[in-house]
Design a protein around this ligand. Structure first.
Ligand code: AMP
Ligand code: MG
Ligand code: MG
Length: 288
């Protein structure tokens, strides 16, 4: 391999690692290295402070094609609760990042960190205000009807209801917790955009480190690339239960994937965060 090739592979891998963390990937090699080092340091510190017990790293060499192995005892998970979260939003075909997506479904599957079983669910549809009329594409993709969103509360009301739901279980209060999402999009893009639309600050619980299950799955099963829900299920010889792109069904299927990963010895440690500095960095990058 030539020097030039080595150099480009390294820059490429730095960019890939930054992208996996949802960070800006532009810049020269020293900047990229520094950015990655800082992010990892911060993530480790944040992750440790939000966990009560120290998780031991697993040495299990499980592959995705293995069946759940009863010989692998369930590992102690580091958090009291996990909130599987998968929003749906207004959209248009080929809308791109600039499209002002508004959240129209806000579903949570609350899971106990010890048993990894479902404890409760929260689901609310949400009435959009910027584009209150759903596109045909959006209705077809998500299965959500115009009547449903018309009859739903606005985002601020839904957040209040969600906070009451969390308070019942002392989530993020006496109990440690983390969101689990399919990629960085739900919190980094959809919730952040929606808070701007609703003219509110990002609630503090969305600044806590969370689990990007796509990334965890890729790392745990040593996959070449990150996979969406359907492809993660396929890799595990499982099939989707319910309707794809229904937020609650997506969240339930993420939980099924996670249960299988836990049975295979995976530890659900946080691997992403979205703090104020990162948000400012993203805003600067978008303006540049
Ligand atoms: P998902 O969790 O994959 O169901 O997607 C969440 C949201 O992302 C959807 O509700 C849409 O707003 C948007 N989205 C997903 N797939 C597409 C697509 N192919 N084109 C435009 N928007 C999409
Ligand atoms: Mg999703
Ligand atoms: Mg979805």
């Amino acid at each position: 391999m030539s020097d030039e090739q080595t150099k480009s592979t390294t820059v490429e891998s730095l960019r890939k690692a930054l992208a996996d963390l949802g960070l800006e990937t532009r810049g020269h090699k020293p900047e990229l290295k520094k950015r990655l080092r800082k992010a990892k340091k911060k993530l480790n510190a944040a992750s440790e402070s939000s966990t009560k017990t120290t998780a031991t790293t697993t040495t299990t060499t499980t592959t995705a094609s293995d069946q759940s192995n009863p010989a692998i005892t369930k590992k102690q998970q580091p958090l009291d609760y996990y909130l599987f979260f998968d929003v749906e939003a207004t959209c248009e075909e080929n809308g791109g990042f600039e499209y002002p997506n508004e959240i129209i479904e806000f579903p949570i599957v609350l899971v106990d960190g010890k048993s990894f079983e479902k404890v409760d669910e929260f689901r609310s549809y949400v009435k959009p205000s910027i584009n209150p009329v759903l596109s045909a594409f959006c209705k077809q993709l998500t299965g959500i009807s115009q009547e449903t969103v018309d009859d739903s509360p606005d985002f601020i009301q839904v957040l209040n209801d969600f906070q009451e739901f969390m308070a019942k279980y002392s989530v993020f209060q006496d109990k440690t917790a983390a969101f689990v999402t399919d990629g960085p999009f739900d919190i980094r893009d959809f919730v952040t955009k929606q808070c701007k639309h609703s003219k509110i600050k990002l609630p503090l619980y969305f600044e806590k480190p969370w689990v990007n299950i796509r990334k965890l799955f890729k790392d745990f099963y040593k996959q070449k690339e990150a996979k969406n829900i359907a492809r993660m299920l396929e890799t595990l010889d499982m099939t989707f239960d319910g309707r794809e792109h229904s937020g609650l069904d997506d969240a339930r299927n993420l939980h099924r994937i996670a249960q299988r990963m836990v049975a295979d010895g995976c530890i659900f440690k946080t691997n992403m965060f979205w703090g104020p500095k990162m948000r400012a960095q993203q805003r600067r990058a978008r303006k540049a």
